[in-house]
Design a binder for this molecule. Structure first.
Ligand SMILES: NC(=O)c1ccc[n+]([C@@H]2O[C@H](COP(=O)([O-])OP(=O)(O)OC[C@H]3O[C@@H](n4cnc5c(N)ncnc54)[C@H](OP(=O)(O)O)[C@@H]3O)[C@@H](O)[C@H]2O)c1
Length: 236
């Protein structure tokens, strides 16, 4: 399959490399067709790897990954072009982390909105699926790095697109629990990401994330629909 990876940072490189190793054809996109990081990545990954602008990668890919700086994702996707992404699944791994006031970062969009929703509104013909953004990129491509089962959020308004993304991710993490919800269900996920990255101690990080997931599991076990599985608000 042809996959467009939008982003030349650590996440784009890690996901791109994994996909090439899975025998997929991957084009990495950036603001410039001569981006040095992308060129080095192509050199290291052989004939299945290529690079171009965001628009080139968006046109190339049957499925796209948004691995751009979250605060700039809308700008990057505008460069990718709505026409090049039309009808395609965009797996959005970005978090809108604003580091301008130092550490820890704050979310540039939160509470009543989220980056995934902003992207879906800006590009209504794209099937946005927010996923993997709560997980470190090394773990995204190698879940066995952390023992035990994992929880993966899959948020989007298109059920078929979410099922397709789950199909892609599941073989890599067969014992993971995939939590599916509509696109606004991803609103709280970046907070988990901040909590995890702000805490140095693994034993501190786990209960924080696990507590919210326990609620999810308990609700499901009790047969009550979780609020994040409910229909999106009327204005969406
Ligand atoms: N690090 C992790 O393990 C992890 C885990 C989960 C989620 N995430 C999220 O994954 C995303 C990627 O993270 P990263 O550390 O790999 O990369 P990053 O440094 O956050 O982003 C790099 C990409 O953003 C693009 N970009 C930056 N400013 C831009 C602007 N003004 N306009 C258009 N594009 C711009 C860059 O374009 P050029 O290529 O042209 O420079 C580059 O491709 C982030 O949203 C991050 O929050 C990271």
């Amino acid at each position: 399959m042809k996959i467009g990876v939008l982003g030349t940072g650590m996440v784009g490189q890690t996901i791109g490399t994994k996909l090439v190793r899975m025998s997929q054809d991957v084009m990495m996109g950036s603001r410039s067709s001569t981006n040095e990081k992308a060129a080095a990545w192509v050199k290291a990954n052989g004939p299945k790897a290529s690079a171009g602008t965001f628009a080139d990668a968006a046109k190339f890919g049957e499925i796209l990954f948004n691995c751009t700086h979250g605060v700039a994702s809308l700008d990057a996707l505008k460069l990718a072009g709505a026409e090049n992404m039309k009808g395609k699944i965009l797996i959005d791994v970005a978090n809108p982390l604003d580091f301008s006031k130092g550490m820890p970062p704050i979310l540039s969009v939160s509470n009543t909105d989220s980056l995934g929703e902003q992207i879906q509104r800006a590009f209504p013909d794209v099937k946005v699926v927010k996923s993997l953004n709560t997980i470190n990129c090394k773990l995204m491509v190698n879940p066995s790095l952390v023992r035990g089962d994992h929880d993966v959020f899959v948020s989007g308004n298109d059920q078929t697109a979410k099922s397709r993304v789950t199909e892609i991710l599941k073989p890599e993490a067969p014992s993971s629990c995939f939590h599916s919800g509509c696109v606004w269900s991803g609103r709280s996920a970046p907070r988990i990401s901040i909590s995890r990255s702000s805490s140095r101690n693994e034993s501190c990080r786990r209960p924080l994330a696990d507590a919210s997931l326990d609620v999810s599991r308990q609700r499901r076990a009790a047969g009550r629909p979780a609020p994040w599985d409910a229909r999106p608000p009327a204005h969406h």
